[in-house]
Design a protein around this ligand. Structure first.
Ligand code: PGA
Length: 255
């Protein structure tokens, strides 16, 4: 696991965007796994900037998002489809038909079939070249909450209390936060050929330290990334601050 520490959120966003940009440049048909949430917003801004400067072409890129709330139609203001359109897809030359976000508008009885089809679509596309991840305050990756099996696949999941509280900031009240979601599994994520995990801010420091330095356990889903051979964790100094090696790492990485 490679760890990169930068001083600011802007710098970690640029570092993450440069990894995405290298892949899309080297392989124009690259398959990207994308994440929502506050963390990757700066990376998306940077990718849009690179596209506008003529330095990136997404016309042949395929994307698969990690998750979507169940019960929200694609055009709901809080749906992750809408998030992706507004924060990335509408601003670059990607073919929307090659952008995939799980369908949160399905009735519960159709979800299993949809999940199987989502996994099949990833396989048909040749698998994910680069998966971008954030990390929840409870250690989740995608909506794989603590306790999710490390071998889990795309499926219907119940959100845990902390996730509902963390996400209430986007809704008028906590009651409005959906309780279920469709999420890629940890097993699905670990099949990506390369993974980057981005985290910023002191609030993430305890869980980042647990995920990177604690035991590999389904209690901290992000710890499963230690079983993968090509992971880069990109942290600002606040998110990195509780790592045991922080002073050494900070000296190496922050000029
Ligand atoms: P955040 O969420 O980027 O909004 O902090 C991360 C996550 O829950 O995976």
């Amino acid at each position: 696991m490679k760890i990169v520490i930068k001083k600011t959120y802007r710098e970690i966003s640029q570092a993450a965007a440069s990894i995405v940009s290298d892949i899309v440049t080297q392989k124009p048909t690259a398959v990207l796994g994308l994440a929502t949430g506050s963390t990757p917003l700066g990376m998306y801004e940077e990718l849009i900037r690179l596209y506008r400067e003529g330095r990136l072409d997404f016309s042949r890129t395929t994307t698969f998002n990690l998750d979507e709330y169940l019960g929200l139609a694609a055009d709901h203001p809080q749906s992750y489809r809408r998030f992706m359109d507004e924060n990335l897809f509408d601003h670059i030359n990607i073919n929307k038909e090659r952008t995939h976000v799980p369908d949160g508008s399905l009735s519960a009885d159709r979800v299993d079939e949809h999940c199987e089809e989502y996994e099949a679509a990833i396989r048909r596309a040749g698998g994910i070249d680069l998966q971008v991840l954030g990390i929840g305050g409870n250690g989740h990756i995608a909506f794989n909450e603590p306790g999710s099996p490390l071998s889990s696949r795309t499926r219907l999941v119940a959100l845990d209390e902390q996730t509902i509280k963390d996400n209430a900031r986007f809704y008028d009240s906590e009651d409005e936060v959906p309780r279920f979601a469709i999420s890629m599994g940890i097993g699905t994520i670990l099949e990506a050929r390369e993974i980057i995990l981005i985290a910023n801010g002191a609030k993430k420091a305890p869980v980042v330290a647990e995920a990177i330095e604690g035991e590999v356990t389904s209690r901290v889903p992000a710890s499963a990334l230690r079983m993968h051979s090509n992971v880069t964790v990109i942290l600002d100094k606040e998110a990195a601050s509780l790592l045991k090696d922080f002073p050494l790492l900070a000296n190496q990485h922050i000029q």
